[in-house]
Design a protein around this ligand. Structure first.
Ligand code: ADP
Ligand code: MG
Length: 545
């Protein structure tokens, strides 16, 4: 149809728009990063599609992103000659938010500007950030490979509705035209644009051009604002921290700086370059089954796919980054990646790389607790999932401990602290660390000055069942069966009280034992050696078993 149609934004979009415009006001310039990032993605996608159909790339020309200002009209446009969108895609992509966790995210917003801007940033602002600086946004697009008359114009003032109409468009790709608000006219100034591109988008692998038309005495001009080489291909020493951080934001859609990263080029038979980041904060959808995970895959700098999950194990799904594997076939598919020898090897190497990065971070007493609070629970899945790296993962674990009121301890610290004659690592499972601290099971350990690790995460019982020992020292549940430190033999089991209790509790317990385990409490319940603990039982019940 050629008629203009009016559509309503999905309710979530309207809410996000409203909140975003207010919360991100002081961070306005990020809109440019988001639009350039989309333009760069679009060029990546076209280059990928052109692997099958070379005519697509020929008709589009060299990929590039163009910023142009029209001072008289008060507009700034961000254009690309990338993949473009057809009408249905425009309506879908620029009218809805298709992300798991959106509802939870919106519910978490408080109305407090400062907190909300953090959360919105974490969620990712994307295209809609255009409305922070524009009171009207026009998008014109044509999908690469489709006819001139399939162009589409989308327009909105961000107030709940948008219009869509068919247009003729000679060149494929997309232009986003921002009708700048009065207080955002600074973005018409080439100096300002240069500065913002420099700050946020210098790493973009395609040229970003700034076009200024003739204006009065000023002549028309065109300049390229960035170096336009794939960042991961540049030598480490030439890349500044700021460049690494802005590249991170481009690939992760995160708003905050990454906590740390590791950039490596591996030569030889299994050649690849990787740039892996540990985010500072967990995304909203970390526990969503269908959340995006994995790395961005390139083959010889050609973008192949997002979310290539075959390069990272599940328990490292929070890692963001890029892997460029020049020896993979350009037409590699997800199915092929699944079972491909070289991919498995790269994944094993990247896994080791991340664990090394975490080991190093583990020495940082300020940063590691922050990492652990965000991602520790996910990392614990690795103890069960990745037997090959179990020791390395175990070294990264942190636990509350009976020997310290605050903070967390590692298994290595436990081993350093324990007296040489103690040949076990003791732990206690409970619903919370404070419940564990009050447990009667701890009494005898306290009396004897033996440290007990206090495990209270829902995954802990499952995890610890995979961790028999650490550095050849057995891990032992302090609440189970008989403990050698009970000095069991000294206790008279034939005492008449025990016999009476056994008789009257016969329905409820397996046995009753006299013990020296208790100091202040008269009695406590212990699990038999082979019995499932309460956390595990609950987990299995929840899973319907
Ligand atoms: P994201 O980039 O995280 O997917 P955005 O809100 O930035 O989210 O963009 C939404 C979608 O709109 C993109 O996934 C893409 O499909 C589409 N899109 C946005 N800008 C462009 C563009 N310049 N060219 C082609 N598609 C685009
Ligand atoms: Mg985007």
């Amino acid at each position: 149809s050629t008629e203009k149609q009016t559509h309503g934004f999905q309710a979530e979009v309207s809410r996000l728009l409203n909140l975003m415009i207010h919360s991100l006001y002081s961070n306005r310039e990020i809109f440019l990063r988001e639009l350039v990032s989309n333009a760069s993605d679009a060029c990546d996608k076209l280059r990928f599609k052109a692997l099958d159909d070379a005519s697509l790339a020929e008709s589009a020309g060299e990929p590039a992103i163009t910023l142009s200002v029209d001072k008289d009209a008060g507009t700034l446009s961000v254009s690309d000659n990338g993949i473009g969108m057809d009408e249905a895609e425009v309506i879908e992509n620029l009218g809805t938010i298709a992300r798991s966790g959106t509802e939870k995210f919106l519910a978490s917003l408080s109305g407090d500007q400062k907190k909300d801007s953090q959360l919105i940033g974490q969620f990712g602002v994307g295209f809609y950030s255009a409305f922070i600086v524009a009171d009207r946004v026009t998008v014109e697009s044509r999908k690469a490979g489709e006819g001139v008359d399939t162009g589409v114009r989308w327009e909105s003032d961000g107030q709940g509705e948008f219009t869509v109409e068919r247009i003729e468009r000679t060149e494929p790709g997309t232009s986003v035209i921002l009708h700048l608000r009065d207080d955002a006219k600074a973005f018409l100034d080439p100096f300002k644009l240069r500065q913002v591109v420099n700050q946020y988008s210098d790493h973009v692998a395609f040229p970003i051009r700034l076009v200024t038309p003739a204006n009065g005495d000023e002549e028309a001009s065109e300049e390229t604002l960035n170096s336009a080489t794939a960042l991961w291909q540049r030598p480490k020493g030439e890349i500044s921290d700021d460049e690494y951080q802005s590249f991170y934001k481009h690939i992760s859609h995160d708003f905050q700086d990454a906590q740390t990263w590791s950039h490596n080029k591996v030569e030889g038979k299994l050649e690849y370059t990787s740039l892996l980041y540990i985010p500072a904060r967990a995304p909203f959808d970390l526990y969503h089954r269908d959340a995006s995970r994995g790395l961005k895959l390139y083959v010889q700098r050609v973008f192949i796919m997002d979310d290539a999950e075959q390069f990272m194990p599940q328990y490292l799904r929070f890692i963001k980054g890029v892997v460029d594997a020049p020896n993979l076939p350009l037409n590699v598919s997800r199915e092929l990646l699944q079972d491909y020898g070289p991919v498995r090897k790269i994944r094993a190497a990247l896994t080791k790389r991340v664990l090394q990065m975490l080991k190093k971070l583990g020495n940082d007493e300020e940063q590691y607790p922050a990492f652990w609070a965000q991602f520790g629970q996910v990392l614990k899945e690795g103890i069960g999932e990745d037997p090959d790296n179990r020791d390395a993962i175990a070294a990264l674990l942190r636990f509350a401990s009976s020997s310290q009121e605050e903070g967390l301890t590692s298994l290595d610290t436990y081993l350093e602290r324990k007296p040489p004659e103690q040949d076990k690592i003791y732990y206690l499972l409970a619903d919370t660390a404070s419940a564990a601290r009050q447990s009667p099971h701890l009494e005898v350990f306290r009396k004897k000055g033996i440290e007990v690790l206090l495990l209270s995460d829902p995954v802990d019982e499952w995890m610890i069942s995979y961790l028999d020992s650490y550095k050849d020292v057995k891990l032992v549940n302090a609440a189970r069966g008989e403990l050698d430190l009970d000095e069991q033999n000294d206790v008279d089991q034939d005492n008449p009280l025990v016999a009476r209790l056994k008789a009257s509790l016969a329905e409820d317990v397996e046995t009753v034992r006299a013990t020296q385990r208790l100091v202040d409490s008269p009695s406590c319940l212990v699990l038999a050696e082979d019995q499932l603990g309460p956390q595990m039982r609950r987990m299995l019940e929840a899973a319907g078993q």
